[in-house]
Design a protein around this ligand. Sequence first.
Ligand SMILES: C[S@@+](CC[C@H](N)C(=O)[O-])C[C@H]1O[C@@H](n2cnc3c(N)ncnc32)[C@H](O)[C@@H]1O
Length: 346
Amino acid sequence: MTGRTPEEMRERVLLWEEGIRADSALYSRITRGVAENDQILRLIQVAPPGQLEMNLLLGAVQYLLIADPLQPLARWYPSLGGTRIDGDVMAEFVPFVLANQEAIIELIGTRRVQTNEVARCAFLLPAYNLVGRLTGRPLALVEIGTSAGLTQNVDRYGYRYVADDATVELSPASPVQLTSNTGRTVPNLARSIPNIVWRAGLDLYPIDINDDDQVRWLRALLWPDRVDRHRRLEAAIDLARRHPPTVIAGDAIDDVAGLLATAPPDAAVVIQHSYVLNQMARADRERFMDVLDGLGAARPVYRVGAESLTRSPRTTLDVTVHGPARETRVLADVHHHGAWIRWERD
Ligand SMILES: C[S@@+](CC[C@H](N)C(=O)[O-])C[C@H]1O[C@@H](n2cnc3c(N)ncnc32)[C@H](O)[C@@H]1O
């Protein structure tokens, strides 16, 4: 329980709405409706610290609807076959939340925002290629906050980078295809698949893609009116069942060293995290960076981060070399689901 006033909650919820407005008209409407409902604003405060309450509320509601798609509210959810667009969605959303309060409070209080968005690979790929270019070595990928591990399969997906002057396609036969607009041109770093020879991920709460309930939670976290994301998730899970990622239960700070020690010695180590640091307290983020600096003293550690840690919904993609002299290079501003990349330089 966060103990925030309704005014503070309203501000948090409306800030979250700004970030998703362009991607989900349905969630934008619902979120603005929730901002005016003090009862729901109070209810969602059971979210654990560091978690985005609105994300969890909407996830909890869709999670329940997946099991009961004949509910009137589901008619607004294209992910569940719904086709309603006009009218007052809050007239169905609020009664649904209140009628299912107990289950929703339980879900918000115990689940985490663990959205595993493979489309983020569209901006991770050029960052990995940068490390490959800087080191001349194949890559060993350690993903922190890997969720179900789906972004570990970055080299098994197909890419379509669309720019004003060209379109570049990579692996067009892959069952998972990702499209990203790169603005004026397609950077050289987005023109090849990185050479990843080893990969593993850590998560506080690993998601098992062979567990139906956990997959249901992953589905529930996607915007219902982005059916393309639902299809992509299904295809990525299908591919991951054939190429299972290594997903280990553990903590960024305590367990990264042990995992890194198992990486092949001749590969360049890439530590990756996307949308993870916002779930860690500021002091823990700093400790995590210090741990990586320590590890970087023995062997170069390249960290690729895609995080949105400011009040604006911007996401920054950067690469940091950890060691005695930590150095960060900002690569791009990116859309949180990879729809576009605004590259700083190639
Ligand atoms: C929003 S998800 C992002 C998943 C994935 N990186 C992506 O972009 O698709 C954040 C994940 O970070 C994990 N996480 C948060 N704090 C962590 C920590 N201290 N150590 C390991 N994992 C953590 C959460 O459990 C969650 O699965």
